[in-house]
Design a protein around this ligand. Sequence first.
Ligand code: ZN
Length: 431
Amino acid sequence: MRELGIVADGAVLIEEGRIAAVGTRREIERRADARRALKLDIAGRILVPGLVDSHTHLIFPVSRAAEYEQRISGATYEEIARSGGGILSTVRHLRAARAPALERAALAFLQEFAAHGTTTLEAKSGYGLDWPSERRILRLLRELGRQQPVEIVPTFLGAHVIPPEYRPHKTGAEEYIARVCKDMLPAVAREKLAQFCDVFVDRGAFTVDQARRIFAAARALGLVPRLHAEQLSHTGAARLAIEVGAASADHLEQVDTNDIRALAKSGVTCTMLPGCNFHLGLRQYAPARALINAGAIVALATDFNPGTSPTLSLPMTMALACTQMRMTPAEALTACTINAAHSLRLDARIGSIEVGKDADLAVFDLCDYREIPYYFGVNYCWMTVKRGSTVYSRQPATRADSPRPPKTRTRRAPRATEARMTEISDAGYAL
Ligand SMILES: [Zn+2]
């Protein structure tokens, strides 16, 4: 995780949205195909793979800022939940929300994700908790993936918590699980609405046994498990993640040394969500250092959600990982690029700057990658590129997908072309 493969004075050649060559500027400039390309100079800034956020709850109707204040005044997560706040208040609002409002909010957030260097994100349902509302979220995610450039990987989280209407009965939990397994999951698979199935395994949510049954149903339909595991209490969810071959076990604050050893031997990505601990004011963070030292695959994500982690900034998440969990800046960058991509089963296509991969890139207005977490709380993302097209730029005039200069001008008026190139290079980045 500490080997970044840094290229000083580097260049990337992009063709048809893919990376065609990577190397030093001299190497790339010597290539015949590069000589024909539009050149943009990022002038001493740093270029990293587009950031990958592998755990978000993107679609929610309103913030929970009032609850934030309540918590600061001493109320616990569970007390807030019992008083009708917490996840269930978001569920109530989401069920009542109008579709255009949900869409507008999500689009604005997606723009902010891109502005912070994120080019791909996973997004979960789970604030609907009945089929019409869950389907609405998943369909909206699909629609958003078509409308705007940030790539969205959808996850079905029908088993987030037991919905309020099932709570009064003793058998309510079992009835809801049956609904998830027999009705919702087959419908998700039929409409191809999600690739992953997540379950929140914790006290106050679902047990290991219940989750095992949900994952069996999901697996049978071709959905890959991922879990909210070992966040508030030690339940055995990390072991379950290994048992069911989950793509990722997320949170992991409560894992013990045996879990760490087992996770390190497994193929399960351990996703750290330090924004959650920070926002809740918790002192205990997940043992990222021990997991990395043991050889586990460690990823970082924002856990963007209105209750416990309302940040969409991976650079800020990296800062928290470094200062609170003692991850090195290099480990933090690996964790929210290639390792996060691995947890989404996308590492063959995104997550690193390699020939043949999608040209998903982020430019930071900094001269050292370590400054990304170092300047915490400040966004130095300068340009974001998705499949070769600029999707965010601090310079409004810059477009990496701007048309090539007309051939006649290139031949007859090289000076004019040069001037034009300089204009672009002041503003931006290379195609
Ligand atoms: Zn979450």
